[in-house]
Design a protein around this ligand. Structure first.
Ligand code: MRU
Length: 350
């Protein structure tokens, strides 16, 4: 477990660990305004679906504290501006819409601006605090299922992108399962996808695995088939940015390819995510908006041009994994078998 959170609220100020500088520098930046928070989310100072949502709550608190016009129109505009920062991770809209509800409710009750500010701060702190319990619950559900499916004393596990405390502010989702398994002495080795182009795997997941002394190797995404064909992977755990009603799951680009290879080789493939990552309003994956990121994330590495200067680039930041390639979706309420129609909705609403 981490000794610090990537999101710190202290003396009415918001500090975010600048994840762009990891793993070589651990620097916190102060965020002072709603616009500053939107920029920090867009520019990936803070990233990972749950942490984007938590930071946004504090961004809304900062706005409440400083705005000269607090009415329903200005509240709705501020919330919408925040939600627009990144479109795919539904956790952002989930948390901001809960802030909207609190703010509009308090406004109607005639609460003061200061009351509203403190309510939002308390709400933000509570979400981060509760995420530890939720992450632990989902990790336990996932491990119980894996123990039934793969009867070995220790497992070789694979993961994609970054889903630990840097993404979640606590134990983590997919990486939370791996951490818990490690504490039970059940992890032989972890294969962490490098996660092109932003390298969340080699920069962030490797950093987190190292902190916990979990044995790992970084692999390029293209190595997945080699590893699975040679029996080197017992199970794969990934997180989620948006899970549609039928179980189709948007996650970091490359997740879908991994799921198809896993299905081909019969390797269990799990999605681990909190309730805030589910979007029951979206019937299936084709309706999920996929964020397109800047060209330079692909053509350059740390500011050094790699591709030809005039190279054309397509940079979708996420893809959608078809529910039929997912062995199980695990949330804090339990295990979901997405092949059973209506099961996502049943568990989420339970
Ligand atoms: O673009 P990022 O780094 O915010 O993408 C993060 C991911 O795709 C994670 O896998 C996802 O948010 C799950 S985090 C628990």
């Amino acid at each position: 477990m981490s000794t610090y959170s990537p999101i710190i609220w202290k003396n009415n100020n918001l500090f975010l660990l600048d994840q762009r500088l990891l793993p070589h520098e651990e620097v916190f930046v102060e965020v002072k305004t709603l616009e500053g928070c939107v920029a920090a989310i867009k520019d990936m100072v803070v990233r990972g679906a749950p942490c984007i949502g938590f930071s946004a709550i504090f961004g809304m608190a900062l706005w409440t504290n400083s705005t000269k016009t607090l009415n329903s129109a200005s509240i709705n505009k501020a919330c919408d501006d925040m939600i627009a920062a990144r479109p795919t991770a539904v956790n952002l809209a989930f948390e901001v819409n809960r802030c909207r509800e609190i703010m509009l409710g308090e406004l109607q009750k005639g609460s003061s601006q200061n009351d509203l500010f403190h309510k939002l701060v308390a709400f933000g702190n509570l979400q981060i605090e509760e995420s530890e319990k939720k992450n632990t619950a989902m990790a336990q559900f996932a491990l119980n299922d894996l123990k039934k499916r793969v009867n070995k004393s220790k497992w070789n596990l694979m993961t994609h992108c970054n889903t630990g405390f840097l993404a979640c502010g606590s134990l983590g989702t997919a990486l939370g399962v791996i951490s818990l398994a490690h504490r039970e002495n059940k992890v032989e080795h972890v294969f962490a996808d490098e996660t092109r182009p932003y390298l969340q795997g080699s920069r962030l997941t490797a950093f987190e695995l190292g902190k916990e002394k979990i044995p790992y190797s970084i692999v390029v995404e293209g190595a997945a088939s080699y590893l699975m064909k040679n029996g080197k992977i017992d199970a794969i755990f990934v997180g989620a940015d948006r899970i549609a009603k039928n179980g189709d799951t948007a996650n970091k680009v490359g997740t879908s390819t991994l799921s198809i290879v896993a299905s081909h080789y019969g390797v269990p493939f799990y999605v681990v995510a909190p309730i805030s990552s589910f979007d029951l309003q979206t019937s299936s994956g084709e309706h999920i908006e996929i964020e397109m990121r800047p060209t330079e994330e692909i053509t350059q590495i740390k500011g050094v041009q790699i591709a030809p200067l005039n190279a054309q680039v397509v940079n979708p930041s996420f893809d959608v994994t078809d529910y039929k390639f997912i062995t199980g979706i695990v949330c804090e309420k339990g295990f979901i078998d997405p092949s059973i129609p209506g099961e996502v909705e049943r568990i989420v609403n339970s």
